[in-house]
Design a protein around this ligand. Structure first.
Ligand SMILES: O=P(O)(O)OC[C@H]1O[C@H](OP(=O)(O)OP(=O)(O)O)[C@H](O)[C@@H]1O
Ligand code: HPA
Length: 153
């Protein structure tokens, strides 16, 4: 389904911790990890976000079921819009002394800030318009739509 991302990750890694940004990144993670041929461990992190909010200051909740110290970490989420959430998550995980941090997302949007880390994404959208489905919510609904649709209010 996402051969470009999976192939690049398969070439790059021998093992990694897949750190899913929950709940939005769960569906993408589920499909992505089944295309990875290296050894993975899995954990979760969350930083609840309101669509359209460019300054997500919500609490970061990191499950920490496994250690990331000296391991390669890939943070997996559905979308990067402003980049604010992912920047904070990368900075947070860096405090746990991983060997490296990369970010893999299904979508990136055009007005995102630069995130100083390896990045893998499947699609760059033409605009910042809101999407729903495949993990992406509108008012916490529609995450379970099996495909991604543009939100028309
Ligand atoms: O780049 P940003 O502007 O910070 O936005 C990105 C965040 O928004 C999405 O969260 P979502 O709206 O799916 O909510 P969730 O965190 O509850 O999954 C996505 O999963 C990121 O976590
Ligand atoms: O397109 C989106 N939809 C829902 N939530 C989001 N958070 C960032 N981008 C989006």
């Amino acid at each position: 389904m996402f051969p470009s991302i999976a192939n690049r990750l398969n070439r790059r890694y021998r093992s990694a911790v897949i750190l899913t940004v929950v709940p939005g990144g769960i569906l993408f993670t589920a499909d992505l990890v089944r295309q990875l041929d290296f050894e993975i461990e899995m954990d979760g992190i969350s930083c609840p976000h309101t669509p359209g909010d460019r300054h997500n200051n919500s609490n970061i909740s990191y499950q920490q079921n496994i250690t990331v110290s000296n391991k390669d970490v890939i943070i997996v989420d559905d979308a990067i819009e402003s980049g604010g959430t992912m920047s904070r998550l990368v900075a947070h995980i860096a405090e746990y002394f991983p060997a490296s941090i990369a970010v893999a997302t299904l979508f990136v949007k055009p007005h995102r800030i630069a995130i100083p880390t390896e990045q893998y994404y499947a699609y760059e959208t033409a605009t910042d318009e809101l999407l729903v489905g495949y993990g992406l919510p509108w008012q916490n609904k529609f995450r379970n739509l099996p495909c991604v649709k543009r939100l028309i209010k």
